[in-house]
Design a protein around this ligand. Structure first.
Ligand SMILES: NC(=O)c1ccc[n+]([C@@H]2O[C@H](COP(=O)([O-])OP(=O)(O)OC[C@H]3O[C@@H](n4cnc5c(N)ncnc54)[C@H](O)[C@@H]3O)[C@@H](O)[C@H]2O)c1
Length: 259
């Protein structure tokens, strides 16, 4: 018996860096997995590789009708939807607030915040039909402080926290738990490839050496926490925020020679 036998899990951005790690892990632990995303080629390839307990559905998280189709696809294929992972997200090209145009602001908020609002809204009736379940919203440690040159991204991730807490209050009596994960710097295309229009990538200027756990995070670091939060082991955990950053938020550790 595996932790997610007979459960159906929808992961947005499920073909991407962290998303595909989550999809593979849920699948390995017995779940039916629905890979939602805009990368049809990679999403289809992952579903084909995993076999009959996997399905790709084209899901643009900013589009409500796309959400309705994805939830319907999950229920039609597997009979129910039990877990929603709002993982899809985009970063803005680095720029000061005064140099950020409104279209960029709106695009980042649309994917990172409205996309999660729509996901909660459209998946809720399905989770209720399944007699309860779990939602995890992926924010960021940038949603816990300020980061110069990332105002749209930071604001979107802060807002996800308020949305999560509100959803947890509204849905608790329906046995639907809602939590937030705040990853640190995780080794995916997100940090290795420049945001559209940017010349540098986050990995170009971030170095993990000074921090408590002196390495980049791996998608699996986030996946393990996610599986805990969506499992029955976390049945009393809702409206909470979990940081997985190797101690980055603590600030730099003292160099050994200072001890
Ligand atoms: N990698 C990091 O260091 C890091 C740190 C903190 C938070 N995060 C967050 O983790 C999540 C996953 O990011 P990742 O590291 O896997 O990056 P990634 O760029 O590899 O994956 C992002 C995924 O989101 C998908 N996506 C983008 N727009 C979409 C849309 N409109 N509809 C559906 N899917 C869409 C992309 O196709 C991709 O699959 C994001 O929410 C990101 O903000 C990442």
């Amino acid at each position: 018996m595996s932790r997610f036998d007979n459960q159906t899990v929808l992961v947005t951005g499920g073909a991407g860096g962290q998303g595909s790690s989550h999809v593979r892990a849920f699948h390995a632990e017995g779940a039916n997995v629905v890979i939602g995303g805009i990368d049809t080629q990679r999403g289809t390839a992952l579903a084909d590789e995993l076999g009959p307990r996997a399905l790709f559905t084209r899901l643009d998280v900013t589009d409500e009708s796309s959400w309705s189709a994805a939830v319907l696809a999950a229920e039609s294929a597997f009979g129910a939807l039990n877990v929603l992972v709002n993982n899809a997200g985009v970063q803005n090209p680095p720029a000061t607030i005064e140099n950020t145009d409104q279209a960029t602001w709106a695009r980042i908020l649309d994917v990172n915040l409205t996309g999660i609002f729509l996901g909660i809204k459209i998946a809720t009736p399905a989770l209720r039909r399944a007699a309860g379940g779990a939602i995890v919203n992926v924010a960021s440690i940038m949603g816990l402080g300020g980061t110069a040159h990332y105002a749209p991204y930071v604001a979107s991730k802060w807002a996800v926290r308020g949305l999560t807490r509100t959803a947890a209050l509204e849905l608790g009596r329906d046995r639907i738990r809602v939590n937030t994960i705040h990853p640190g710097v995780i080794s995916t295309p997100f940090i290795h490839e420049p945001a559209a229009g940017a010349t540098a990538a986050i990995a170009d200027f971030y170095s993990p050496e000074p921090f408590a756990v002196p390495r980049l995070g791996e998608p699996a670091d986030v996946t393990r926490l996610l599986l805990f939060l969506t499992s029955s082991d976390a049945s009393f955990v809702t409206g909470s925020e979990y940081v997985v950053d190797g101690g980055l938020l603590l600030g730099p550790a003292l160099p050994a020679e200072a001890a």
